[in-house]
Design a protein around this ligand. Structure first.
Ligand code: ADP
Ligand code: 5GP
Length: 214
């Protein structure tokens, strides 16, 4: 199997983290690329597991050393995907899943054109606001920043290969998992498809000869 990168994007509160955690818990063939960020950890977040929490100076240092496969400023903070994370997981033979914003997705796809881009849509504006508020990780001002940013992010939806409405969580996780399964058997990704088909043709020809002479 040829492992490939999977990008999951959604407006803040759209369910990326939740869906990703559920998927990673059920599939050993997918690894998570831990991003770097200059934002502060939220309650319960652990450095190296949820993010690599860096100072602005450290982020800049890594950026100048070309350590990021992509980076972007999101909601006033810096975020970036470490090349070392992507390489580590792909080398391990697993698909690498990333939760990155729309600007990052565009940059990453240019560097890794084999990437699969999935956008999670909230069922409605009202539900998105409710989920953001009930998550209770930011205040009202930060909610407004995220909701306004969502308006711009939604303009990028047509660039994505798949769009999944995150209504029922189990159904969403099943759908995203099914996308990964289908992508694995895409003609372009099956490295040995030509060789396999050629050998099947020659086997079949000899079967036909044998059968015709019976
Ligand atoms: P994101 O990572 O995209 O910002 P989260 O995964 O943090 O979003 O989800 C935002 C909130 O919505 C969380 O409190 C999460 O538990 C909740 N949530 C996510 N998906 C669903 C769903 N399908 N049904 C109900 N609640 C959900
Ligand atoms: P949060 O701070 O809520 O975890 O994430 C805020 C936004 O940053 C989300 O849209 C998320 O997808 C995006 N993000 C997280 N990691 C990365 C990354 O490595 N690169 C980019 N470009 N965006 C990221």
């Amino acid at each position: 199997m040829n492992p490939f990168p999977i990008i999951l994007s959604a407006p803040s509160g759209g369910g990326k983290t939740t869906v990703m955690k559920r998927l990673l818990a059920t599939r050993a063939d997918i690894g998570y690329s831990v991003s770097a960020t200059t934002r502060a950890p939220r309650n319960g977040e652990v450095t190296g597991r949820d993010y690599h929490f860096l100072s602005m100076a450290e982020f800049r240092r890594r950026r100048s050393r070309k350590q990021f496969a992509e980076w972007a400023e999101v909601h006033g903070r810096m975020y970036g995907t470490l090349r070392s994370e992507v390489r580590r997981i792909l080398k391990d033979g697993r698909h690498v899943m990333m939760d990155i914003d729309v600007q990052g997705a565009r940059q990453f796809q240019a560097a890794f054109p084999e990437s699969v881009l999935i956008f999670l849509l909230p069922p409605s504006g009202e539900v998105l606001l409710k989920r953001l508020v009930e998550r209770d990780t930011e205040g009202r001002e930060a909610h407004l920043v995220r909701l306004r940013a969502a308006l711009e992010e939604l303009e990028e939806v047509p660039r994505y290969h798949y769009v999944v409405v995150n209504d029922d969580l189990d159904a969403t996780v099943r759908r995203v998992s099914a996308i990964v399964d289908a992508e694995e058997v895409r003609h372009e990704r099956v490295a040995s498809v030509n060789k396999t088909t050629r050998s099947l043709v020659s086997q079949l020809k000899s079967e036909i000869r044998r059968y015709a002479n019976r």
